[in-house]
Write a protein that binds this ligand. Structure first.
Ligand code: ZN
Length: 287
């Protein structure tokens, strides 16, 4: 099942997405089952994915579709955790050492933006870059989970872009990445969450990014240095992951900073990230 948030008639509704060819159709889950809560985040928190799935099947069979514009599937995750340098090809292009354990940092909910919504370039950021990433969506509270059992705690996956202001990420006092990673709108996610059972193995998905139609990144999640189980085992030794928390799992090679000549985002650009089975997340760049 694909779960999304849809804005329709000035209201936000949780929907299941049915793809007829490439054309998405949306089932208003709460209209089919009024016991369901009104956001995907609450459906995850209350453990109601199975009930949502039944509502989706009913809605599709009765052709109860609605129109609207997709928004971020999770508007305000309580945690947005990111893993740096998690593809061997990317670590090499940035001349960073292959890390011995996951490199972790965070972003804040102000960074979340949805499909087709703009990424805004701050006036003070001159070197803003893209990063295609597989994003994990947590489905069950996870503390001290082993790598082997970690995927049982995952609700699903979506496409993400870890937008990064390189001139604020590097070379600043203290070496903190925080400000370079957390400007408003710097975490596009979507277009929908694809549930775990529909994805199958998340470690064998093609991942690519186009900038204005030109392929800039093209890899596979096979290339992850630390797999999703290892990442979750590492994190949950120290922090409890909650339903609706999300993890950006790192980007492959081809980022703008490492190209010769370097490429940075400018107003009018369009970035499209595509992951096999998960769809395409498209965002225009504005100032
Ligand atoms: Zn990243």
């Amino acid at each position: 099942m694909k779960l999304a948030m849809l804005e329709t008639g000035g209201e936000l509704k949780p929907v299941a997405v049915e793809l007829a060819g490439d054309e998405p159709r949306y089932v208003d889950l709460c209209a089919v089952d009024d016991s369901l809560p009104c956001t995907v985040h609450e459906i995850l928190e209350q453990g109601l994915v199975d009930r949502a799935e039944r509502a989706a099947q009913t809605g599709v069979s009765q052709e109860r579709f609605i129109d609207g514009a997709l928004r971020a599937p999770i508007a305000r995750p309580s945690k947005i955790i990111c893993i740096g340098l998690n593809y061997g090809d990317h670590a090499r292009e940035t001349k960073a050492e292959i890390p011995s354990e996951p490199v972790c940092f965070g972003k804040y909910p102000n960074t979340i933006t949805g499909p087709d919504e703009p990424v805004r370039l701050p006036a003070v950021a001159k070197k803003v870059d893209y990063e295609a990433e597989l994003v994990v969506v947590i489905g069950k509270s996870a503390s001290n989970v082993s790598a082997d059992e970690a995927l049982d705690y995952v609700a699903g996956y979506m496409v993400g872009n870890d937008v990064s202001a390189r001139d604020w990420q590097k070379g600043r006092p203290g070496g903190q990445w925080l400000l370079g990673k957390s400007p408003d709108t710097f975490a596009p996610i979507g277009p929908w969450i694809v549930t775990s059972e529909e994805v199958g193995d998340p470690h064998d998905l093609s991942i690519s990014l186009k900038l204005n139609g030109e392929v800039m990144q093209d890899s596979s999640t096979k290339e992850l240095i630390f797999n999703l189980g290892q990442i979750m085992a590492h994190l949950t030794q120290l922090m409890t992951l909650e339903p609706g928390d999300i993890i950006f799992t790192g980007t492959p090679s081809g980022v703008g900073m490492a190209r010769n000549p370097q490429v940075f985002l400018k107003p009018g650009d369009v970035v499209e990230v595509t992951i096999e089975k998960l769809g395409t997340l498209r965002n225009p760049i504005i100032d």
